[in-house]
Design a protein around this ligand. Structure first.
Ligand code: GTR
Length: 327
């Protein structure tokens, strides 16, 4: 945290100078995030904005609209494609049906750990997947942390795959996750994040799946009190820019945007690590029944058909193999 504070202080100091030099922003980039203010992704994009404002001499600013003020992720992705929204911080999940390369980093158990994910995303495969956004109207600027996602529900502790059978579980709007649930014998209900709380509360669904910070900040832990740490997904978060907005910038300003985004990645990682611990502590103290020790092997084995269906083309298969071969 100390490191984060010092980075933040440096940003603020440089921004103060920039603000004095230039009275107002010539370009304001509108940025969307589903999470509330203070969440690590929201704060990282704000920091990116501070960096950009400073490096552009106060000309380029970022305004972050948190808490899904601009809409649910799938809708904001469309608006970003059309340049109505300039920047968007979303999960890779809702991109899966649009950009096939994003499926590879959304496959269950593709990453062995967060460290493995960092090594892959910081390397060649990560760069290739970011580059794959461009033909679809987006500029991939960087990856943020999304921890690992596990199942929670309102009915009973899940100790094995059998306990999931027949459960109605919300997933992000991606065919990969629908098939993941089918492979586990459960019924997937794809729906926007903002509808999950009331859907659990009213019994429309039995549960959902997410990481500690989202499970906590969304309040889902209040209505779904059984959490099983099966860690089936480590789905990266991604920061993208609309190609429409990007093309309006000079090459020099485009570089400033890229650099500012890159500088926000380590800030996000530090904030994430701290928030993950805080959220876990809060949830454990709230009386949630947590299944810590679960044998993941049957879950991993059940995912074979998901890989066969979603990563069988030579291109995607080779990306999977390259990810697996990263130490
Ligand atoms: C969160 C992620 C969000 C959103 C959400 C969801 O972990 O940060 O971008 O994808 O999950 O489940 O919809």
């Amino acid at each position: 945290m100390k490191h984060v504070k010092s980075i933040a202080a440096a940003f603020l100091a440089s921004t103060a100078l920039a603000t004095a030099a230039a009275a107002e922003c010539e370009i304001t980039l509108k940025s969307s995030d589903t999470h509330p203010d203070g969440y690590p992704t929201v704060e990282a994009v704000k920091q990116m904005g501070e960096t950009l404002k400073a490096s552009s001499g106060g000309r380029i600013c970022v305004e972050v609209f948190h808490s899904a003020q601009l809409g649910e992720e799938k809708d904001t992705i469309e608006q970003t494609k059309f340049g109505v929204i300039d920047l968007n911080r979303v999960s890779m999940g809702p991109f899966n049906n649009l950009i096939e390369e994003t499926k590879v980093v959304s496959l269950p158990y593709i990453f062995r750990s967060t460290d493995h994910a960092h090594r892959v995303l910081d390397g060649e495969v990560g760069a290739e997947i970011l580059a794959a956004f461009e033909p679809h109207g987006f500029i991939g600027l960087g990856y943020y942390d999304g921890g690992s996602r596990s199942f929670y529900n309102s009915q009973k502790p899940v100790r094995s795959i059998d306990d999931l059978k027949g459960m109605k579980v919300r997933v992000m709007q991606s065919d990969v996750f629908v098939d993941m649930m089918a492979a586990l014998g459960a019924n997937a209900t794809p729906m926007p994040y903002g509808e999950v709380y009331s859907s659990i509360q009213t019994g429309v669904i039995d549960g959902a799946e997410n990481n500690w910070p989202s499970y906590e900040s969304s309040g889902h832990f209040e209505v779904a009190k059984y959490y099983t740490l099966d860690q089936h997904l480590i789905v990266p978060e991604v920061l993208v820019m609309s190609k429409v907005s990007w093309d309006k910038l000079s090459p020099e300003d485009q570089q400033l945007v890229r650099d500012a985004a890159a500088a926000s990645v380590p800030v996000n990682r530090e904030l994430w690590a701290a928030r993950e611990k805080d959220s876990e502590a809060k949830i454990r103290a709230a009386g949630v029944e947590i299944v810590d020790a679960i044998d993941k092997t049957p879950f991993i084995e059940a995912m074979v058909p998901v890989y066969e269906k979603h990563a069988s083309s030579p291109k995607l298969k080779s990306l999977v193999e390259r990810i697996q071969s990263v130490d």
